[in-house]
Ligand binder design. Structure first.
Ligand code: CMP
Length: 141
């Protein structure tokens, strides 16, 4: 599938009350929300989600940050979702993010970068099913 992607509004943004603002940016950009939840990840879950970064110097801090407060997880639907969503959120490091992108507007730092977006269609599927069961993804929208 090429029309779904997984996002997480990260703790730095949920804690600053930016959930509604960021969801509006997402729907204004013509993504449909087909699954949505507020959830505080356990350390085990965060380690599993970011398994690809295990062993990197920032891994432990990343897990600590991502478990520090509730996040908002969502599956988004749009033609060319993965690529278009990465354009919308901007570069991982907000210092490199283009003007107008979500990270440029809201992110605090490379780690506290406000939002996640899947980096491939394969990972979009894996990450969507990490957070949601099939019946929680309302794919008729
Ligand atoms: P994201 O690309 O969504 O998923 C991995 C996250 O790890 C990334 O966002 C950042 O929040 C964080 N990250 C990546 N690289 C670094 C780094 N060099 N130092 C600290 N955090 C990082």
């Amino acid at each position: 599938r090429t029309d779904l992607t997984l996002t997480m509004i990260k703790p730095d943004a949920t804690l600053r009350g930016l959930t509604g603002t960021i969801l509006k940016e997402i729907t204004d950009a013509k993504f449909s929300i087909v699954a949505l939840k507020l959830i505080q990840l356990t350390s085990y879950e965060a380690q599993k989600f970011y398994a690809i970064h295990q062993g990197k110097p920032f891994f432990n801090e990343l897990v600590e940050f991502m478990t520090s407060a509730p996040i908002v997880a969502a599956v988004l639907k749009k033609e060319n979702a993965v690529e278009d969503f990465r354009q919308l959120i901007g570069a991982t490091n907000p210092e490199n993010a283009l003007e107008g992108t979500i990270r440029k507007k809201y992110a605090e730092s490379l780690q506290r970068n406000s939002i996640h977006g899947s980096d491939s269609n394969e990972n979009a599927w894996i990450e969507s099913h990490f957070h949601f069961s099939d019946k929680e993804i309302y794919d008729f929208l």
